[in-house]
Design a protein around this ligand. Structure first.
Ligand code: GLU
Length: 330
């Protein structure tokens, strides 16, 4: 938690400084493999930080809506875990980093399962595992789940969904592969359609910061006080984000930023310091890995300035075992 004694102006100033530091970088390219994704304002840039006790600091385009895309993956995985339990989900999706492209049409050669829920094969499987009466109800449960994390009713962007549904042949191929290996037992078209819909949910940078803060707060939304996920499942989701959340830049991200995170081709990045802070950045120009250029730079700078790296040991840290005595000494 940001200590009570800290002037909130200090954090706000650091957020503004980092924003100014990264604003001039207009390198990178918009994602254009879904036609509608290339229709966004390329210069948009928002940076938002929310604490696990619900203070929000934001600057720039924090209320601009964009589609959540792959940042949806940890949240649908969370819902599948809550619906089916860890053991059943683990029979369908592994938790190993893949090293492959996010949309690789492959399974682990030994387990014949998707390697993790952050690549498309695992994400489509997670979407297939979500409970519900019918396809409409299953998507509605996903939408409501994300809304609980964000603390407001989120909606789907019809144009982006239609664009992806029209062009998403590779994801359909993944769906059919999953069905042929028995990973998905239901209609693969239905699972893939649900995945397209979840990727097309509109969020703002502020929404993502609150979704991150809810993860930081053990699954409890710090503003609405609604429980979005149990603490045990939050830990599992954050673990997978740590090892698999940043496409094939996960190793570089962990060493230079050191926060469980997930990014999406819509230009969003969500990062979490468990117990303390959620960070979100929106800037749609992407690097070669598919991560927001300014997003990565801003998270790096924030992590350094606020000492957020999860392996950073602060001077005030103490070991869990403070002292050891024998009975005789006592
Ligand atoms: N809808 C996108 C896809 O699966 C999400 C990609 C992403 O954000 O990585 O192609």
């Amino acid at each position: 938690m940001v200590p009570q004694t800290v002037d909130p102006g200090v954090v706000a100033r650091i957020v503004t400084d980092v924003y100014e530091l990264c604003r001039g970088d207009d390198s990178g390219e918009l994602a254009d493999y879904i036609p509608e994704l290339a229709a966004v304002q390329p210069d948009s840039f928002g940076l938002c930080l929310a604490t696990a006790d619900g203070r929000v600091y934001g600057t720039g385009d924090v209320t601009t809506e964009f589609t959540i895309q792959s940042i949806s993956k940890p949240f649908t995985y969370a819902l599948a875990l809550a619906d089916r339990g860890i053991a059943t989900v683990a029979e369908h999706i592994d938790v190993e980093p893949s090293g492959d492209a996010f949309n690789e049409i492959s399974l682990d050669p030994v387990t014949e399962r998707p390697r993790n829920p952050m690549i498309n094969a695992g994400a489509i499987t997670a979407a297939a595992l979500v409970n519900g009466r019918d396809p409409t109800d299953r998507f509605e449960r996903i939408r409501r789940c994300y809304s609980r994390f964000a603390g407001r009713e989120l909606t789907m962007n019809q144009a982006v969904y239609a664009s992806e549904a029209r062009t998403g042949f590779r994801n359909r191929a993944i769906g059919y592969m999953l069905r042929s290996f028995g990973i998905i037992e239901s209609d693969p078209d239905e699972a893939v359609d649900r995945y397209f819909r979840q990727c097309s949910i509109d969020v703002t940078c502020r929404d993502l910061a609150l979704m991150a803060a809810t993860l930081a707060n053990n699954g409890l939304n710090p503003l609405t006080h609604e429980r979005a996920l149990t603490a045990a499942l939050t830990e599992r989701v954050l673990s997978v984000m740590t090892t698999c959340g940043m496409y094939n830049a996960a190793g570089d991200w962990v060493t230079t930023v050191g926060l469980p995170a997930k990014s999406g081709v819509g230009g969003g990045i969500l990062a979490v310091l468990p117990g303390q802070i959620g960070i979100a950045v929106y800037s749609p120009r992407l690097d070669t890995h598919g991560n927001s250029v300014r997003g990565v730079a801003a998270c790096r700078a924030l992590s350094q300035r606020l000492e957020l790296h999860f392996l950073h040991v602060t001077r005030s840290a103490r070991t869990a075992i403070r002292a050891a005595y024998t009975v005789a000494e006592v």
